[in-house]
Write a protein that binds this ligand. Structure first.
Ligand code: DX5
Ligand code: ZN
Length: 220
């Protein structure tokens, strides 16, 4: 047995072919992925629109994998109730989109889901100082949210290490997830810096054999 920590993998279906969603879910169900990452975009907080809550409810019926719902929307509190039936494991909201972030996190937890905060690339780790204790997950965006297939922003490595330090200091067990531009090369460095989960969109869905690519991520 070696002592290396295995990364958890959360494939994002954003860049998959939505006309084949059933097949994609079957592939993910029989793959080694740990979560399915669902990117909800409203065309206001981010310059793109993806899919909404009826789609998520239908996805939930077709998978036993835990769902990790990333809300890139303004005023997410309006929609937390709409997620209850899908019972995602994690619901994450943006620091930049929530005026009353503490209340939003409590709202997610009160609805029986785990709560997380997402930081955009420009948002400092120190923003977590008074909120991390209420988080089950911290997500660091390593691209500007809105689109799949963008390049990884290198300063994320430093941010992971700083986040790990902050979480340890306050005694938080929140997972650190990295979202955007993750590939087989940077994932290893992210893990070594302290990341627990990586979102993988393009790296999985643009590959010839997505299930085999997920296996490669798991074997890092
Ligand atoms: C970006 C999304 C990501 C993204 C991941 O706004 O939050 O989840 O689609 O896809 P890749 O891995 O292609 O950057
Ligand atoms: Zn995402």
């Amino acid at each position: 047995m070696n002592g290396k920590r295995h990364l958890q993998i959360a494939p994002s279906i954003l860049t998959s072919d939505f006309t084949c969603l059933g097949g994609t879910l079957e592939m993910l169900n029989s793959s080694q992925c740990d979560y399915i990452h669902l990117d909800v975009m409203d065309g206001v907080f981010v310059p793109n629109i993806s899919f909404g809550f009826p789609v998520i409810r239908n996805i939930a019926k077709k998978t036993a994998k835990p769902l990790d719902v990333h809300l890139m929307i303004v005023d997410p509190d309006r929609y937390i109730g709409a997620l209850r039936d899908a019972a995602p494991e994690y619901v994450t909201v943006h620091y930049e989109a929530c005026t009353h972030l503490h209340r939003s996190l409590q709202n997610i937890r009160a609805n029986g889901m785990k709560a997380g905060v997402v930081l955009n690339p420009h948002t400092p780790v120190s923003s977590l100082e008074y909120i991390a204790e209420f988080c089950d997950m911290v997500v660091l965006m390593s691209v500007n949210p809105g689109f799949g297939g963008q390049s990884f922003i290198e300063s994320t490595y430093r941010k992971v290490a700083e986040t790990k330090e902050l979480l340890l200091r306050i005694g938080s067990h929140a997972l650190i997830e990295i979202d955007g531009g993750v590939n087989l090369t940077n994932a290893r460095t992210l893990r070594d810096a302290g990341a627990d989960v990586v979102v993988t969109g393009n790296a999985v869905f643009a590959s010839e054999d997505p299930a085999a690519t997920i296996e490669l991520f798991k074997s890092l």
